[in-house]
Design a protein around this ligand. Sequence first.
Ligand SMILES: C[S@@+](CC[C@H](N)C(=O)[O-])C[C@H]1O[C@@H](n2cnc3c(N)ncnc32)[C@H](O)[C@@H]1O
Length: 265
Amino acid sequence: MTAPERYGESVLSPEWHGERERLVAMAEVADATTIRILQDLGLGPDWDCLEVGAGAGTIAAWLAGQVPDGSVLATDIDTRWLRAIGVPALHVTEHDIVLDPLPESAFDLVHARFVLEHLPERDAVLAKLCRSLRPGGLLVIESIASFPIASGGTPAFRDAMHAIESTLAATIGTDARWPRTFPAPLLAHGLTGVSASVHVPATGGRNASARCWSHTLAQLRPRILEHMPRARPAVDEALRLLDRPEFFELAFATAVCWGRKPTSP
Ligand SMILES: C[S@@+](CC[C@H](N)C(=O)[O-])C[C@H]1O[C@@H](n2cnc3c(N)ncnc32)[C@H](O)[C@@H]1O
């Protein structure tokens, strides 16, 4: 499977002036749920962990505090924000999860949030992540899922969110419907103890979710208008709505799935 371009080349580029604020707002929305799920699943103090596509690094830094006798490897195609973190157990490396090799049977935990849905090669990446787990190791995947958008009662906002979905699909090959199938992809890769959950934050009141989607719309606006010129009024109205304290809607959900590598083949 291919796409005309890759994540970060132009679409969702780290060079965009607001990209760090976008990632920080994203982390503010998602970190509490991620941390609760990882705590419920249970982490060992000596675990070796891999955080794939670590972005601003909030979860990698938190993980490093949970494994005082282990390690955390945070990877990304662009590590500019990760390099500044400076936590002892945290190792940062520039790494493309599609193109670069990954050590096999090396990690007790592999976590990737908001990464695989953007990669057309997601199934091969999933296989690679499974191979990188030690027997008994835990894989946790989180992705944006578009299914709540259709239920929205604000047409301009609904259309703008669909324009994001459609533009990401047409440019970098994002599939925001794939996460609706969770946890089937983990079952297909032979993991055990598999399950899933879905979280839908309210987007509005200028909260972190509103700021995150406002940044995402602003960054994607030129590409949306190229791809779907008729979406201009909806995009501009959604940007205005997201700045209003009384506006609330549902945007994308976060779908999470997890499972363990069998201890015997
Ligand atoms: C939407 S951001 C999510 C950041 C972070 N995981 C979070 O949830 O806060 C996606 C991240 O994946 C990274 N990424 C995209 N393609 C990648 C690839 N092929 N290999 C590794 N990282 C990638 C991006 O650079 C970006 O930091």
